[in-house]
Design a protein around this ligand. Structure first.
Ligand code: G3P
Length: 478
């Protein structure tokens, strides 16, 4: 089985003893494109054991040396930009240019992490005791940040490289070891990215990458007593993980239903451009995609017309041709999206375009006059289908946004900064963008979801801090 990609453990590329593989289906051709090893639970045990040992040594490696290795890995990652981007095209049907952007952004993220890490981790605190009632100045407290141990990183299919390094780099700079479980779609891109870290010369065992079926090693990994922290991005599996995981720090980003509120005084051209970019880039398969438009009824016709004329210009087809709209990741995902569309149809939504699907490829679709009784008003399609709900007041928009189980990001378009701030304060989401579509980046900005959208905050600085613990030493004077 020479054509099955090996997994990475103990500084080596290895075959699984299972003799089994997991096929990676190209979303465009719907044929098996790559195969990866189906690792066993015993192999996971071994990986975590080596990871533990490697971490102890790594924690003692000077911070500047850790940073140096990360900078090296970032440079190698950028050199390997094209083959990795090509994997993203084949495995997840990401448009060719976006695939390149993902890898470059990842290299930048790793470098930034190294720079931020030497500063954030390079200083501690010094406290004196006599500020608290009843104490003399007889205690001096020194604090520093220490690593957690073994960090388990589980990125999603939509950014198999970028959302892997956004976990790996902060973990490593902070002195942790990493066990990466890549998504099936995107596993080969992730393995290639790991190869860049291998080439940079990190100590063996510090970074591992295990592939396999979620049913075989998923729970086994997340419930493993040797894991000291989980950083997960994905769907509602995260909720299940949070219920099963032990008493360890969790960082989770679990999707969203990002609302876009358009007020009467908004720049409608700007709003339309952001709705199309925010709603349809990577065919809507982003947690931060615009997932529901809430527009004031008085400007709704104009806005919908502007959005429609931009939707008409979107190219639809193969990721290799860098089309705007490409096949969604799996057939079951396409079926799910279709289910939402049919429900909206049956309940009387206005179809601005004809619904069209070939295989996993779904043509971009704007659904107008969507009502709260339709599933698409609340559920996340993760596809190129965008509902428009007409509202009669900003409060109505805020109410819809806050009635969602999700709370990742939201956005508001208005020329009135006072209204924008009031609406931002009222929206129960981790971030509100004023006059732009939701987005995670720039990658050093804090990124967090409320409610079912997640636990903790990401962004480079927050991730570094989250993957450490405070350690105090108190000097007691006589
Ligand atoms: O879907 C993953 C989420 O993190 C989105 O990232 O950069 O597309 O806003 P981005």
């Amino acid at each position: 089985d020479g054509d099955v990609y090996k997994y990475y453990a103990d500084g080596r590329w290895q075959k699984s003893a299972s003799g089994k593989f997991v096929p990676i289906i190209n979303p465009t051709t719907r044929k098996t494109h790559f195969k990866v090893q189906a690792c066993t639970q015993e192999e996971v045990n071994k990986v975590i054991e080596t990871s533990k040992v490697a971490q102890k040594l790594w924690a003692k490696t000077p911070l500047w040396k850790r940073a140096e290795l990360l900078h090296k890995a970032a440079a190698i990652l950028k050199q390997h930009r094209d083959p990795i981007a090509d994997c993203l095209v084949k495995e997840i049907a990401k448009p060719a240019k976006d695939a390149v952007t993902e890898v470059v952004r990842s290299g930048d993220l790793v470098s930034y992490c190294a720079e931020e890490g030497v500063r954030v981790l390079g200083e501690g605190k010094f406290l004196v005791s006599d500020s608290f009632p009843g104490n003399e100045r007889t205690k001096y407290c020194l604090t520093s940040k220490i690593p957690l141990g073994v960090v388990l990183a589980i990125p999603p299919f939509n950014y198999p490289v970028n959302l892997a390094v956004s976990k790996i780099a902060p973990a490593l700079i902070a002195g942790n070891s990493i066990v990466l479980k890549p998504p099936t779609q995107g596993a080969v891109a992730a393995l290639h990215m790991v190869h860049c870290f291998h080439l940079a010369g990190f100590p063996k065992g510090l970074i591992s990458c295990v592939t396999g079926k979620g049913s075989e090693i998923g729970d086994f990994l997340t419930m493993h007593p040797g894991v000291n922290c989980i950083s997960f991005t994905g769907g509602d599996t995260g909720i299940a993980i949070s219920k099963k995981a032990g008493m360890i720090p969790l960082q989770m980003e679990l999707g969203g239903k990002d609302a876009c509120i358009i007020l009467e005084d908004a720049d409608l051209d700007l709003a339309a451009a952001n709705i199309v970019k925010g709603g349809f880039s990577y065919s809507g398969q982003r947690c931060t995609a615009v997932k529901v438009v809430l527009v004031m009824a008085s400007v709704a016709d104009t806005l919908v017309e502007k959005v429609n004329s931009k939707v008409a210009k979107l190219t639809v087809g193969r990721p290799e041709d860098d089309c705007d709209i490409t096949p969604v990741v799996t057939e079951s995902s396409a079926n799910f999206i279709e289910g939402l569309v049919m429900d909206a149809k049956q309940k009387g939504a206005t179809f601005c375009q004809e619904y069209k699907r070939e295989g996993n490829l779904i043509w971009p679709l704007l659904l107008d006059n969507v009502r709260p009784n339709m599933r698409i008003a609340w559920e996340e399609p993760f596809g190129p289908v965008l509902p428009v709900i007409r509202i009669n007041s900003a409060d109505e928009g805020i109410h819809h946004c806050n009635a969602s189980d999700f709370g990742l990001q939201g956005c508001v378009f208005t020329r009135d900064i006072n209204k924008a701030i009031l609406i931002s304060d009222a929206m129960e989401t981790g971030t509100v963008q004023i006059n732009s579509a939701p987005a995670r980046g720039p990658d050093h900005f804090p990124f967090q979801g409320l409610k079912d959208s997640g636990i903790g905050s990401q962004g480079i600085t927050n991730s570094i801090n989250m993957m450490t613990k405070i350690k105090s030493t108190v000097i007691n004077l006589p």
